[in-house]
Design a protein around this ligand. Structure first.
Ligand SMILES: *[C@@H]1O[C@H](CO)[C@@H](O)[C@H](O)[C@H]1NC(C)=O
Ligand SMILES: *[C@@H]1O[C@H](CO)[C@@H](O)[C@H](O)[C@H]1NC(C)=O
Ligand SMILES: *[C@@H]1O[C@H](CO)[C@@H](O)[C@H](O)[C@H]1NC(C)=O
Ligand SMILES: *[C@@H]1O[C@H](CO)[C@@H](O)[C@H](O)[C@H]1NC(C)=O
Ligand SMILES: *[C@@H]1O[C@H](CO)[C@@H](O)[C@H](O)[C@H]1NC(C)=O
Ligand SMILES: *[C@@H]1O[C@H](CO)[C@@H](O)[C@H](O)[C@H]1NC(C)=O
Ligand SMILES: *[C@@H]1O[C@H](CO)[C@@H](O)[C@H](O)[C@H]1NC(C)=O
Ligand SMILES: *[C@@H]1O[C@H](CO)[C@@H](O)[C@H](O)[C@H]1NC(C)=O
Ligand SMILES: *[C@@H]1O[C@H](CO)[C@@H](O)[C@H](O)[C@H]1NC(C)=O
Ligand SMILES: *[C@@H]1O[C@H](CO)[C@@H](O)[C@H](O)[C@H]1NC(C)=O
Ligand SMILES: *[C@@H]1O[C@H](CO)[C@@H](O)[C@H](O)[C@H]1NC(C)=O
Length: 487
């Protein structure tokens, strides 16, 4: 019933849903980590959504019980068979889906990848392949939980600037119209691969690099759609809006978009001079901030455009240009290729020590207010304050201000540095100076338990009841003081 109603709602009604950022897992890696190692990396990086290019049983088994949401794919080479036989489709679902749900949270199936542009001979059976897969899910009562769609290259959209004039290559109308009807009636979404990198490369300098990288543009360089007067500050939004307009050109106005691939290569040869660490970092950092902010697009502000980054690992075993092998966020050892600049945008992939911030007591803050805030942090705030008990690394200097600083910073990281979590009624402040000293390592500092080192979690465990009760035990804290405090 819920999904029946959902597909009748206008897109704007979906604005309440939060966008997520996921990651694609390509496996053309010489030393491909085994599935348990992949899952360990995903957990350490707090990646909650992944897309696979197949339905690898070992990977799906490793993902069981993790709560990670998984989009699986029907590989292109299986598409013809599935699109020609509902029995083959039912078999595929039985073998690759039914054996893994509900332990593995499979939430979508991408039936083929860029079929229209890479294997056009299979295009005539694309819609029936989606329908057969969907029918098999319906028979298993999984159709409301698992969406069926197919990932498109954005090159099927023509005249994409200004976005209001965009339309799908008409060659594909006989496929796109029934496909969009299918997505609409099943409450699914359009899967779109969006690569501002290629748009920029192919534009021969017509597209400024800053515009592709989500960097601020001078107002006179901002792109304005003269039909709608909407302002575009980045290529990503323009391409997504072009897809909305192309759909509405065919009279489909309520199909959401999920970006199944987007990214930027961090290395290339002389033919890819802008495939650099800096640009890749800037693009992906800005993309993640943009998506997680639920900014939406100029055409549909606030409507979630969830996005899967391309990709988790550098695929060194791919053929082709150097840049082809360098889209990853990590090498096969799970070491980041670069450290994203994500301060303030939540906990995902936030291994950001290049622009590290800490939360400390304000200079000259009122001692009583600091004490009250410290008590709150170590009590109701559930911060692990065990590092400040006598004999522990952060006991010295034994002052209210020093202890409050540690507790404020621990709380700030526990809350993933979210806005407003470093205030404490005005006695706390954000600093970029690492307050760690001696063996007292503050959360967020290199070497601490705050940011993940060797794959430990970004945020300290929220299960700090044991340390709070330890602090309250009289042999550690003098009963007359009642709580941890300085002299
Ligand atoms: C599986 O994913 C769906 C969709 O995101 C979510 O609503 C559900 O709670 C998840 N289930 C589990 C067991 O994590
Ligand atoms: C396939 O389609 C035929 C004809 O529509 C139907 O009789 C049959 O039950 C279907 N098989 C499956 C496995 O859905
Ligand atoms: C539209 O798609 C057809 C079939 O792939 C292709 O031959 C044609 O070049 C495309 N048109 C444009 C303008 O890209
Ligand atoms: C879209 O709707 C308009 C108005 O109802 C109609 O004239 C047009 O033919 C429709 N276009 C398509 C592709 O169905
Ligand atoms: C976040 O979204 C708000 C509107 O909801 C917008 O004003 C703001 O510019 C966005 N910030 C970023 C960094 O995109
Ligand atoms: C660091 O963060 C601040 C505040 O969020 C921001 O203004 C600054 O540009 C960032 N610097 C770098 C190098 O990312
Ligand atoms: C922490 O990391 C930064 C950036 O990588 C580095 O410059 C700094 O030396 C490191 N500090 C320590 C104490 O390891
Ligand atoms: C990090 O936490 C673990 C377990 O909580 C602890 O054993 C370890 O000593 C801590 N390391 C640092 C550097 O604080
Ligand atoms: C961290 O990783 C390095 C290199 O992989 C390893 O030598 C070290 O033992 C690890 N430290 C911990 C605490 O796991
Ligand atoms: C980021 O985290 C990894 C562990 O996954 C660690 O090896 C690396 O040193 C961290 N980067 C920085 C700059 O701290
Ligand atoms: C928190 O700690 C308690 C007591 O050690 C334990 O029973 C509980 O399972 C823990 N909860 C989580 C979420 O780790």
């Amino acid at each position: 019933m819920a999904s029946l109603l959902l597909h009748l709602l206008p897109l704007a009604a979906m604005a309440a849903q939060d966008a997520f950022v996921g990651v694609n897992i390509g496996t053309a890696v010489t030393d491909m980590p085994d599935p348990t190692q992949v899952v360990a990396l995903l957990k350490a990086q707090q990646i909650r959504h992944v897309r696979l290019y197949d339905a690898d049983p070992a990977m799906l088994t490793a993902l069981a019980g993790t709560g990670i949401r998984v989009t699986v794919s029907v590989p292109n080479q299986q598409l013809l068979a599935i699109g020609q036989s509902n029995a083959t489709a039912a078999n595929w679902v039985a073998r690759n889906i039914l054996t893994h749900v509900p332990a593995t949270n499979i939430t979508a199936i991408s039936v083929g990848s860029e079929v229209l542009t890479t294997i056009p001979n299979a295009a005539p059976v694309l819609v029936s392949a989606l329908q057969y897969i969907h029918a098999a899910l319906t028979a298993a009562r999984l159709d409301s939980h698992i969406k069926v769609s197919t990932a498109h290259s954005s090159s099927i959209i023509l005249d994409s600037f200004p976005p209001s004039q965009a339309f799908f290559n008409r060659t594909w109308d006989p496929i796109m119209i029934p496909l969009l009807k299918f997505l609409q009636t099943t409450g699914s979404y359009l899967m779109l691969n969006v690569y501002p990198y290629y748009d920029y490369m192919q534009s021969h300098d017509a597209i400024p690099l800053d515009y592709a990288l989500f960097r601020p543009l001078p107002p006179n360089k901002e792109a304005v759609d003269s039909n709608t007067l909407l302002h575009y500050t980045n290529v990503f939004d323009a391409v997504v809006d072009a897809a909305y307009f192309a759909m509405s050109y065919l009279n489909f106005t309520n199909i959401p978009i999920v970006v199944t691939e987007s990214g930027w290569p961090s290395k290339g040869d002389s033919s890819d001079p802008d495939a650099t660490l800096d640009n890749a970092n800037t693009y992906n950092s800005n993309l993640i901030k943009h998506v997680l902010n639920n900014t939406g697009t100029p055409k549909h502000p606030g409507v979630a455009v969830s996005t899967y980054i391309y990709e988790l690992y550098n695929e060194d075993a791919r053929t082709g240009e150097v840049s082809e092998k360098n889209w990853g966020l990590f090498d096969s050892n799970g070491r980041p290729i670069y450290v994203l600049h994500l301060t303030g945008s939540g906990s995902m992939l936030a291994n950001d020590t290049t622009n590290q911030t800490f939360c400390v007591a304000k200079d000259g803050a009122d001692r009583k207010m600091l004490q009250a805030a410290l008590d709150w942090a170590c009590g109701p705030g559930k911060v692990d304050c065990s590092a400040m008990v006598q004999g522990a690394p952060c006991y010295e200097p034994d002052t209210v201000a020093a202890h409050a600083s540690y507790a404020f910073d621990a709380y700030y990281y526990k809350m993933a540095m979210a806005e407003g979590t470093c205030d404490f009624k005005g006695v706390a402040t954000i600093t970029t100076t690492d307050p760690s000293h001696g063996k007292c390592i503050f959360p967020g500092s290199n070497g601490s338990n705050g940011t993940f080192i060797n794959g430990t979690l970004l945020a300290p465990s929220s299960n700090s009841t044991s340390s709070v009760s330890a602090l309250k035990s009289p042999d550690i804290v003098p009963p007359q003081l009642g709580s941890i405090r300085g002299v």
